[in-house]
Design a protein around this ligand. Structure first.
Ligand SMILES: C[S@@+](CC[C@H](N)C(=O)[O-])C[C@H]1O[C@@H](n2cnc3c(N)ncnc32)[C@H](O)[C@@H]1O
Length: 217
């Protein structure tokens, strides 16, 4: 049902009211409930994958900034196979258990998480690293952009340690794309780099995604 009336609770801030209105009117929120996804973000990854088809049975994939777990659910369904195939989800927020997903609770830059991850995968590298990581935004566009780009460069650094040859890396960016020098580095390291705005990403959001495939190692 479309939302079209003002909320009676006048104690809500204007931004909270706007957020609630958007949630009520958002078909992806409805769809995520219908299909049992933990977030509407799941559809962004589904849309990117339906176009570029990188998630395959048997892969091991690390999901950075995974909570509440929509992306991890999508990946687990695609990669699970009797012999191999798993998702390792990392987030500073706690996550409920998801079938086929190993959850590491903590900051992906933390030494403890690094050790736990090494214990899980041994000296093998992984097929894909996806990052929907977002810092808490403060509403100041330039600052939010800088904070995200800071995390993106760490996510890329992390990728260079754990990704195997021909693997893929996806990361959320804000409009304006990756910082020039970082983008140059990523372009050198992968055979193909694309910028994507999936339909499920809100039009009024400056968010977009970078998909890099064919890691040269
Ligand atoms: C947009 S949400 C991810 C949504 C997720 N892809 C899904 O489908 O449910 C971004 C997440 O990044 C996490 N995050 C931010 N900084 C992080 C860090 N340094 N280490 C791990 N997670 C982090 C936040 O806690 C948040 O849960």
């Amino acid at each position: 049902m479309a939302y079209n009336k003002p909320f009676k609770n006048n104690k809500l801030s204007a931004s909270s009211k706007l957020w609630l209105k958007r949630q009520f009117n958002d078909p992806y929120v409805e769809k995520s409930k219908k299909y049992g996804y933990k977030s509407r973000a799941a559809f962004k990854l589904l849309e990117i994958n339906s176009k570029y088809n990188f998630l395959k049975k048997g892969q091991v994939v690390i999901d950075l900034g995974a909570a509440p777990g929509g992306w991890s659910q999508v990946i687990a369904k695609k990669v699970q196979s009797p012999e191999r195939g798993k998702v390792i989800a990392i987030d500073i927020l706690e996550m409920e258990a998801i079938s086929g997903v190993e959850i590491l609770h903590g900051d992906f830059l933390d030494q403890e998480i690094y050790k736990k991850l090494c214990a899980l995968i041994g000296d093998r590298k992984v097929d894909g690293i996806v990052s929907d990581i977002a810092p808490n935004t403060i509403g100041h566009k330039k600052t939010d952009h800088l904070r995200l780009m800071h995390l993106v460069s760490y996510a890329y650094d992390f990728t260079t340690k754990f990704l195997k040859k021909d693997g893929y890396f996806i990361t959320k960016l804000f409009e304006g794309g990756a910082q020039k020098d970082l983008l140059i580095e990523i372009k050198k390291a992968f055979k193909s780099v694309r910028h994507i705005k999936p339909p499920a990403s809100r039009k009024d959001s400056s968010e977009m995604y970078l998909l890099a495939t064919g890691y040269k190692l």
